[in-house]
Design a protein around this ligand. Structure first.
Ligand code: MN3
Length: 193
């Protein structure tokens, strides 16, 4: 069975002005969709066993198959990491865990921005659970926490295609706006389990 592009969890214009409908048209409608189309070509060619869950395809592949499968997963996770009128300080269990593991929200925020800014070229910054502790990490290209045995809690895409329409070259403005206006802490709490 083919892999399908999951529906966006909100309307394409729902994150404006922090992320515009034009960005979602391209980032979801073109980039995310292209990873789905590419992965389906590998399935059609018999190179990928589509009866496996996406996570198993990711963990058992490398090269172009891994890149496309991981990017399908990463982008679905990204859309869920944001919500309209999100951002700001965390609530619920994740708030207490951030205080316990980073010393406070401001320390987490600074570390997350540093990771997102420190990822040279294309990649992702993450809040992950690693051995029961929250950590901030960054990965290059399509790489993702499950490959390192970590549980993803939140992510931001720092490939240029994620922010260039709305923020041009100003990656830091994109990262700050993500934290202040878009983060879906309900999703983070759900991932904490
Ligand atoms: Mn992307």
């Amino acid at each position: 069975m083919a892999i399908s592009l999951p529906p966006l969890p909100y309307a394409k214009d729902a994150l404006a002005p922090h992320l515009t409908a034009e960005t979602l048209e391209y980032h979801y409608g073109k980039h995310h969709n292209a990873y789905v189309v590419n992965l389906n070509k590998f399935i059609e060619d018999g190179k990928v066993d589509a009866s496996k869950p996406l996570e198993q395809i990711i963990l058992s592949s490398d090269g172009p198959i891994f890149n496309n499968a991981a990017q399908v997963w990463n982008h679905t996770f990204l859309w869920n990491s944001m919500k309209p009128a999100g951002g700001g300080k965390p609530t619920g269990a994740i708030a207490a865990k951030i205080t316990a593991d980073f010393g406070g929200y401001e320390a987490f925020r600074a570390e997350f921005i540093a990771a997102a800014m420190g990822q040279f070229g294309s990649g992702w910054a993450w809040l992950v659970l690693d051995g029961g502790k929250l950590k901030v990490t960054k990965t290059a290209n399509a790489d993702l926490p499950m490959k390192a045995g970590q549980t993803a809690i939140l992510t931001i895409d720092v490939w240029e295609h994620a922010y260039y329409i709305d923020y041009r070259n100003l990656r830091q403005k994109w990262v700050e706006s993500f934290l202040d206006n878009l983060v879906n802490w309900d999703f983070a709490n759900a991932n904490l389990g």
